[in-house]
Write a protein that binds this ligand. Structure first.
Ligand SMILES: Nc1nc2c(c(=O)[nH]1)N[C@H]1C(S)=C(S)[C@@H](COP(=O)(O)O)O[C@H]1N2
Ligand SMILES: [Mo]
Length: 410
């Protein structure tokens, strides 16, 4: 049992009596412990362990860590450069030998539980590179400021995930005709440490859940998933806000209605149905908001880093990635004259559906001086990135404005 904590997750004085039991031994100077102090033994692990030193910490309770854009240059994002977005606290003790996945919910024919070993043995294994981008990536661009992590553009990664298809598991369990949605449950704790509350429990419509690339994964880039990214089991769904890819996965409920877990409600991961004025207070109901599904087209310049200096008459080799939610990217262009003219770049096909696509080009500048180089991607349906910040929204989601870097020639 754990001592009571107050609203901010701080220890209440009244909790001191049970502290000894909770820590497994007597805390000698418990009465001298400052109010609000959390014993180290309870502290979460260090999310920055194994991360690149250039990673940007947005917060440590919960841990939110962003990658600067130039670190995202690899074709497959290595773990040390992957952003972390936690809504709660990572599970305290993970016993892999006892870890199970349960499929339940109104629209599952009968609940069924699998051990990790059963999942690995019973179903065929697949590996996909998948773009996971936080719905709030780019939020810091919105004015007035929207509440939440003030992400730059680095809350995105495209790693290689290995696991089994959710559709194969659901076929084994059997789902009813009235199934419309799935919702995940993970083993992380709510910030209040109240075991009755979930930090986050989101989901997707059944059609997205049944796509080939929707995985129940235990490997990231060929190794066990690191603890901060969901060890030992994770739901991975590419192209949609990364909040639907449930970490520390323990169950999936097959629902006969839109999943109603934590962070499905209010304006969490939702966009206004019609445009709203910046700063406008919109009632947080289904009438005004829709759940974000496929993410919009976007691109990054991952090389060079903004502020690059190049010698006169030298061509600049540039590269990056582009992605478009459930769609593919059909064109990437760059501009050195604030969008007056555009030059089409070389664009590779994705490694698989829902992976990002790599682009590159060489630029010759007409004279010495200061330039801003813009990149713009267009998806397979003809939607292009806006050059300015797109429509303001209360949650600060889906900022897919063109990225730009500064370049000095001479
Ligand atoms: N169980 C659980 N799953 C979760 C979260 C969480 O807090 N708990 N955060 C979600 C959000 S909002 C994002 S953006 C991604 C981040 O994945 P990453 O930390 O592996 O980059 O995980 C999603 N899955
Ligand atoms: Mo997110």
């Amino acid at each position: 049992m754990k001592p009571a904590l107050d609203r901010r997750g701080f220890l209440k004085k009244s909790g001191l009596t049970v502290l000894g039991t909770a820590l497994g031994s007597q805390m000698v100077f418990a009465d001298k412990m400052p109010e609000g102090y959390i014993p180290l033994q309870w502290d979460e692990g260090d999310a920055l362990k194994g991360k690149n030193p250039e990673m940007i910490v947005q917060g440590d309770k919960p841990w939110n860590v962003e990658s600067p854009v130039h670190l995202l240059d690899d074709k497959i994002t290595p773990v040390e450069k992957m952003f972390i977005r936690n809504n709660g606290l990572i599970p305290e003790k993970i016993d892999v030998s006892k870890w199970t996945l349960t499929i339940d919910g109104e629209s599952a024919k009968a609940p069924k539980t699998y051990t990790l070993e059963e999942l690995k043995k019973k179903f065929k294994t697949y590996t996909y590179q998948l773009v996971l981008e936080c719905g709030g990536n780019g939020r810091s661009g919105f004015q007035p400021q929207a509440s939440g992590n003030q992400w730059g553009q680095g809350a995105v990664h495209c790693a290689s995930w290995t696991g089994v298809r959710l559709k194969d598991i659901l076929a084994d369990v059997g789902i009813k005709d009235d199934a419309v949605y799935i919702g995940y449950h993970g083993k992380d704790q709510h910030l209040s440490r109240d075991p009755k509350k979930e930090a986050i429990s989101r989901g997707v419509p059944i059609a997205k859940a049944l796509e080939n690339e929707t995985l129940i994964a235990w490997q990231l880039n060929g190794k066990d998933i690191p603890e901060f990214h969901g060890y030992p089991l994770r739901l991975v769904i590419g192209g949609w806000p990364a909040s639907v890819s449930g970490k520390w996965l323990s169950s999936i409920s097959v629902r006969n209605k839109v999943h109603d877990g934590a962070k499905m409600e209010g304006h969490s991961y939702r966009m206004p149905k019609s445009p709203v004025a910046p700063g406008e207070d919109v009632p947080q109901t289904d009438q005004y908001f829709r759940i974000i599904e496929s993410m919009p087209v976007k691109s990054l310049i991952t090389f060079p880093k903004s502020g690059a200096m190049i010698a006169p008459d030298k061509e600049l080799a540039m590269r990056g990635h582009a992605w478009a939610g459930d769609l593919s990217v059909k064109k990437v262009e760059v501009s050195i004259d604030f969008g007056s003219t555009w030059k089409e770049c070389k664009l590779e096909a994705p490694a698989n559906r829902l992976a990002w696509q790599h682009w590159n080009t060489n630029i010759k500048f007409p004279s010495n001086g200061y330039y801003e180089v813009w990149v713009k991607a267009t998806d397979s349906k003809g939607n292009a990135q806006p050059m300015v910040i797109p429509a303001w929204n209360p949650g600060g989601y889906l900022n897919n404005a063109c990225e730009r870097i500064a370049v000095k020639v001479g």
